[in-house]
Design a protein around this ligand. Structure first.
Ligand SMILES: [Zn+2]
Length: 325
């Protein structure tokens, strides 16, 4: 993610979405169709923080993965292989754009777990790293390997639920191109999330989504989630209640402003979205976007806490009728 306060720039940049609307869409039909049935309340899966940390560490070891680089291509292949290991059939959505005037190939990795209840829940992370000339080896342990590893662990945990997941269809998205090359604009930054949101708009499927849950910078051993202040109130209340139930509410607070992050293109579509982000990484956030962002700063307990909150949220939504939108 990048610095995202209203003081720095408008938090909700409609220009970003105008840019996304101009993309050439390669639409594919999702294998996850809706299944009309009533979903009974089901317990969430137990999230394994140690597995999330193992995945995040292995992903970091691949090296830098800025959008358009061979490292990013290798990262997408690695994610795809893990998805298959966990029983998914991933789709790699590949396209070319020229943010900041440089033509780059982007790849989103998408997968889904069919549910038995109506609706969909999107859980996502970006997987690219910021291109840092001053730190050419920057491999982003927290930003973005932590959330990539945790998203894969969530996929594993939900796929192994017995009995099978009875809630809404779960869609998982690994976004490329979250980081901007120059500065956030209509064509620079949030490329993967804008790409998927444009698909939902074009296909008219946005209204099927109960929620969008974004994971970003979730591995800090000293973890404090700082939810954007404009998080949809119902979703925020639900999150705080669930965190309290786990005695984990001391790890959840609010950021002083909004965040310009991958949840915004979905929020703009009217989908209740939350950015589970810890934007206090090291003293005064000084490890963010620096060579200090290394795996020794991560902890399995933090990953387990955030992952469990996300899993609890999905299960809690599954047990509640969808409001009309
Ligand atoms: Zn970042």
């Amino acid at each position: 993610m990048d610095m995202k306060t209203p003081a720095a720039r408008p938090p909700w940049s409609r220009a970003i979405l105008r840019g996304a609307a101009g993309l050439t869409l390669l639409l594919t039909v999702s294998a996850c169709g809706l299944r009309p049935a009533h979903a009974p309340a089901i317990p969430p899966p137990a999230v394994d923080g140690a597995n999330a940390l193992r995945l995040a560490t292995a992903f970091t070891a691949l090296g830098p993965r800025p959008a358009g680089s061979p490292g990013a291509q290798q990262a997408a292949v690695w994610i795809t292989a893990r998805c298959r290991e966990y029983g998914y059939v991933p789709e790699v959505d590949t396209w070319t754009e020229a943010p900041a005037g440089t033509a780059l190939t982007f790849r989103n990795v998408l997968a889904c777990l069919p549910g038995r209840a109506p609706g969909r829940i999107l859980i996502a992370s970006h997987y690219d790293t910021k291109l840092l000339p001053e730190a050419p080896g920057f491999a982003g342990a927290n930003d973005s390997a932590s959330s990539t590893g945790l998203l894969l662990e969530l996929m594993r945990a939900f796929a192994r639920l017995q009995p099978a997941w009875a809630g809404p269809t779960l869609e998982f998205a690994f976004f490329d191109g979250e980081e901007c090359l120059d500065h956030y604009s209509a064509t620079d930054g949030l490329r993967g999330s804008s790409r998927l949101a444009a698909r939902l708009r074009t296909t008219g499927t946005a209204k099927e989504y109960r929620a969008m849950i974004l994971l970003d910078m979730v591995g800090d051993r000293d973890l404090k989630l700082t939810l954007p202040v404009d998080t949809e109130p119902g979703l925020a209340r639900r999150l705080l209640r669930l965190a309290e139930r786990r005695n984990w509410d001391s790890h959840v607070g609010f950021h002083s402003g909004a965040m310009l992050d991958d949840h915004i293109p979905f929020q703009e579509l009217g989908i209740p979205a939350v950015d589970l982000i810890d934007f206090a990484y090291g003293p005064d956030n000084s490890w963010w976007h620096t060579a200090e962002d290394t795996t020794d700063k991560l902890s399995a307990a933090s990953l387990a806490g955030v992952g469990q909150l996300a899993a609890d949220l999905a299960a809690d939504l599954a047990a509640t009728p969808a409001p009309a939108r």
